[in-house]
Ligand binder design. Structure first.
Ligand code: FES
Length: 57
């Protein structure tokens, strides 16, 4: 959404963002809740299995 914006949370707390564009977090994983910090994105796997290993005999 376009900022600046104020959001009233369930507990009555008001969160304010002065950013030009801001996204609200709906997954609750954000470290900057109620603002999205992209923590919702799945993490890349550390290492994909190598298809050329393991089955040769
Ligand atoms: S929607 Fe929760 S971090 Fe993006």
């Amino acid at each position: 959404m376009e900022g600046p914006v104020e959001i009233v949370l369930d507990d009555g707390t008001v969160a304010r963002s002065d950013r030009f564009v801001v996204a609200m977090c709906t997954c609750r994983r954000s470290r900057t809740y109620p603002w999205c910090d992209t923590s919702h994105r799945p993490r890349a796997r550390a290492a994909a299995p190598n298809p050329e290993e393991g089955t040769a005999s």
